[in-house]
Design a protein around this ligand. Structure first.
Ligand code: F6P
Length: 319
């Protein structure tokens, strides 16, 4: 029987609750005791935790957000704060801590591990920017949300013959822009991984309109520039203004898709077995359908970048 902690950290992502439920229920099924730490690493530092039971995670499977709270917690870069967290883990006699979050959270986990805490990461972020997994928990839902917005915005863009720029999340990674742009049939997709060319973009918009297109939808990852900045550039170049929509936090909310729930459930259950068997300092991800544990040090080295073949596919199919 082990004592295992679990927390959610960084930007919330749909499916975090499903992962928590899987950790708790699989943990209890295996005979372990599971403790949730509230509001990310802050809960470990401030000793804000509670034991979780099967009923504690009832009715959360399809709920967005995270019922145990999350924080971005810059204080955790301070070694004294990490020391306090490690000390609390010792006092609580925790055998390990499961961290559901993104790369920033994994950096914190690595520091905690250096002070003797067993840690295990699960990729929970809408950005899909983590190596060591094909999909992060929450990404599929965020893409679905953006595609829903594109459909609605296209209706009004077509009716008015407008260009609409939709700014989506992704500071370093264009995954959300790429997949939602492809699934939503956007005329142009701008991602941080591929240099942006204003001439090309204005050509796509102008030639589309000349061929009789009634709208142009541009999906822009926030890491490239802001929608307003792009709109100004287009205005200067083509003399036509584009409308802008910043989807913002809408992308992080809502109940998870079935794919996200299944991914989160599989990862959460495996996390328990990995940490209970003493596997520390790894993240469990899903690669080509298999669950794979990769060292945290490796998954944080670089952002997972988009698949260029999908990017080109999207551009060939829009005519
Ligand atoms: O990490 C996920 C993410 O959604 C990014 O895409 C976005 O830029 C960021 O969080 C913004 O989050 P916050 O304002 O909560 O720090």
């Amino acid at each position: 029987m082990k004592r295992i902690g679990v927390l959610t950290s960084g930007g919330d992502a749909p499916g975090m609750n499903a992962a928590l439920r899987a950790v708790v229920r699989m943990g209890i099924h295996r005979g372990h005791r599971i403790f949730a730490f509230y509001n990310g690493f802050r809960g470990v530092v401030e000793n804000d935790s509670a034991e979780m039971y099967n009923r504690s995670v009832g009715d959360i499977l399809t709920r967005g957000g995270t019922i145990i709270g999350t924080t971005r917690y810059p204080d955790f870069k301070n070694p004294d704060v990490v020391k306090r967290a490690a000390r609390n883990m010792e006092l609580l006699e925790m055998d390990g801590l499961i961290i559901i979050g993104g790369d920033g959270s994994f950096r914190g986990a690595i520091e905690l591990q250096k002070l003797g805490t067993n840690v295990l990461g699960l990729p929970g972020t809408i950005d899909n920017d983590i190596n060591g997994t094909d999909n992060t928990i929450g990404f599929d839902t965020a893409v679905d949300t953006v595609v829903g917005a594109i459909r609605k915005l296209r209706d009004t863009a077509s009716s008015h013959g407008r260009t609409i720029i939709i700014e989506v999340m992704g500071r370093k990674s264009g995954w959300i822009a790429l997949k939602s742009g492809l699934a939503g049939g956007a005329e142009a997709i701008l991602v941080p991984e591929i240099p942006f060319d204003l001439d090309e973009l204005s050509h796509v918009i102008e030639s589309g309109m000349a061929r009789g297109k009634k709208h142009s939808i541009v999906v822009l990852a926030e890491g490239v520039m802001s929608a307003n900045e792009l709109s100004d550039k287009l205005k200067e170049k083509m003399g036509v203004s584009a409308n802008t929509v910043v989807l913002g936090y809408v992308q992080r909310g809502g109940g998870p898709t079935a794919n996200d729930i299944i991914l989160a459930s599989r990862l959460g259950a495996r996390a328990v077995d990995e940490i209970a068997s003493g596997n520390s300092g790894v993240m469990v991800g899903e690669i080509k359908g298999d669950l794979v544990a990769s060292p945290l040090e490796e998954v944080i080295v670089e952002t997972s970048i988009i698949d260029p073949t999908l990017f080109h596919l999207a551009s060939y199919l829009v005519h």
